[in-house]
Design a protein around this ligand. Structure first.
Ligand code: HEC
Length: 141
């Protein structure tokens, strides 16, 4: 199954029309109760982590949201909702290896929705994949 491109372009259009803030971007103050983890590069972040944070902001957050709860603009139209990464029970139920496999091979490879696309360009960038796993784990802290 393919994601209708119209769905994604609609979401991107909404971002463009409503402004970047409408997509949860920008340097918003951390709200009480919001994760302390920041997708903005921090001093001490490795190069791989910086790349992973950019990737998450530019690609993954469209569905998974900037706080990892699965409320990205494009998620509204998805029949299968992205996982809420902040759910402690889910964090405890999965392994770093499983998360990395979904990122690299896509949802279908592990019996999940094919709406979660594979990222074959990361196959030779293990450190970036590891950093994406760390980002997903950080949402659950
Ligand atoms: C087009 C929307 C979309 C984009 C973009 C997207 N995902 Fe997903 N993702 C999903 C959906 C939907 C699921 C849930 C699949 C299911 O539960 O069957 C999912 C599931 C996952 C899971 C598995 C969670 C679990 O249940 O074990 C991981 C890990 C993940 N995504 C990481 C990422 C990362 C990292 C990126 C960016 C490189 C990304 N996703 C980009 C839609 C998306």
């Amino acid at each position: 199954m393919k994601i209708p491109t119209s769905t994604l372009s609609l979401a991107l259009l909404a971002c463009a029309v409503l402004g970047f803030g409408a997509c949860g971007g920008g340097n918003e103050p951390v709200k009480p109760g919001a994760p302390k983890f920041s997708l903005d590069a921090q001093p001490g972040d490795s190069d791989a982590m910086k790349v992973a944070k950019e990737r998450f902001k530019m690609a993954c957050s469209a569905c998974h949201g900037l706080t990892g709860v699965g409320d990205g603009a494009a998620a509204v139209a998805l029949p299968v909702k992205p996982r809420n990464y902040t759910a402690k029970a889910w964090q405890a139920s999965t392994t770093d290896e499983q998360i990395a496999k979904v990122i690299l091979e896509g949802g279908a490879a592990v019996g999940k929705s094919p709406l979660m696309a594979a990222n074959p360009d990361l196959a030779d960038k293990k450190d970036v994949v590891d950093s994406l796993v760390k980002i997903i784990r950080a949402f659950g802290q």
